[in-house]
Design a binder for this molecule. Structure first.
Ligand code: FAD
Length: 323
């Protein structure tokens, strides 16, 4: 095996899109790609992992993986990586993947290139391409030493599915001696969110232009009509209008849906850095000079309090007519 993709199941127990993309990314630069997973019965992902082109699915077991302690997971995963000795290891660039990748890099004392969006190859091997300065510059990074660790930006690589083929499941038992530095005392499901933002195909996001938390329902109703996930700009999250899980942008979630609708969002560079992978951006803003229009594919200049309810009603009517 040349490369190992660390993968994650979504809430529905299926392979998350960002994990599928991680396998696709590694397949561009590695001959043979395996996947590794842990958690609740990860072997059920073998069909999906195989369809994405991975040869084997390594299932990690051991006391470390019965806890929810990220530092014990990292120790266990690092042990498995030492034993499997891949040249490259990649994680999806989700909050989960980034947290784990940086911890494993620390345990293995290995180099990590974060947020990879493309690869180049030269005589010396792989060069990772990653956006920096809010996407204004693309940096080319070579990770020295082996294994080279990467996180893959969600939405940057297209999933390649093959004829149905199951990955061979291999068990690997990992012993971890260390005491956890982090103990998770409880886990709560995020409220009101249909899909994880980094996996969502459609997102409706609200900004400070909504004027107050009582108006955020306009965004939620439009999202519900479309079947989209809900996002927000950072001030909206910081003001406590919506949970932190909704935060989109450079310091929040990097998203790449097919459709991103920005409602009352000015388009500051830090917000735009998180949405540039979107296939189609629609902006609703009453200020025609708002920078969001520089990146929008479609712009609606006007008052969101008139436009959003009208759009929601039109979508509901259209869906009602076609269902
Ligand atoms: C280090 C750093 C990191 C940051 N990271 C992030 C990040 O990850 N994500 C992020 O979002 N921000 C981030 N920010 C903040 C960022 O700089 C902006 O301040 C923020 O994105 C602005 O949020 P907004 O567009 O919701 O609000 P505003 O900039 O206040 O824009 C509101 C918009 O709504 C429009 N509007 C008002 N009323 C109406 C109406 N009735 N109808 C239609 N339009 C209306 C206005 O014309 C305006 O364009 C970061 C800042 C820093 C310094």
């Amino acid at each position: 095996m040349d490369a190992l993709a660390v993968i994650e199941a979504g809430d529905a127990g299926t392979l998350r899109r960002s994990s599928q993309e991680t396998i696709a990314a590694l397949r561009q630069v590695a001959g043979a790609v395996d996947a590794v997973a842990f958690g609740e019965a990860p072997e059920r992902l073998a069909d999906e992992v195989g369809a994405c082109g991975a040869e084997r699915l390594w299932v990690l077991s051991g006391p470390a993986f019965l806890t929810k302690s990220p530092d014990l997971w990292a120790q266990g995963l690092a042990d498995a990586i030492r034993r499997l000795a891949p040249k490259s290891v990649a994680w999806p660039g989700t909050a989960w993947g980034k947290d784990l990748a940086t911890r494993v890099a620390g345990v293995l004392d290995a180099g990590l290139a974060d947020d990879v969006v493309a690869w180049e190859q030269d005589q010396e091997g792989i060069v990772a391409v990653r956006p920096v300065f809010g996407g204004k510059i693309r940096e080319r990074v070579r990770v020295l030493g082996s294994p080279a660790l990467f996180t893959v930006r969600p939405g940057a690589f297209a999933v390649q599915r093959e004829a149905v083929r199951s990955a061979r499941v291999e068990m690997i038992s990992v012993a971890v001696q260390a005491e956890p530095e982090v103990r998770v005392t409880g886990v709560e499901a995020a409220a009101h969110q249909a899909a994880e933002l980094t996996d969502a195909r459609m997102i409706v996001a609200g900004g400070r232009g909504l004027g107050g938390p009582e108006h955020f329902r306009l965004v939620e109703e439009l999202a519900a009509a479309l079947g989209a996930a809900v996002g927000a700009s950072r001030p909206v999250v910081e003001e406590g209008w919506v949970p932190h899980a909704y935060h989109v942008g450079q310091t929040g979630k990097i998203v790449a849906p097919d459709l991103y609708i920005a409602v009352g969002i000015s388009g500051a560079v830090q917000h735009v850095a998180g949405i540039l992978g979107s296939k189609c951006i629609v902006a609703i803003n009453h200020d025609p000079s708002a920078p969001i229009f520089d990146v929008a594919d479609y712009g609606i200049v006007g008052d969101l309090f008139q436009i959003v309810p009208a759009l929601t009603a039109a979508i509901r009517q259209f869906k009602g007519a076609t269902e």
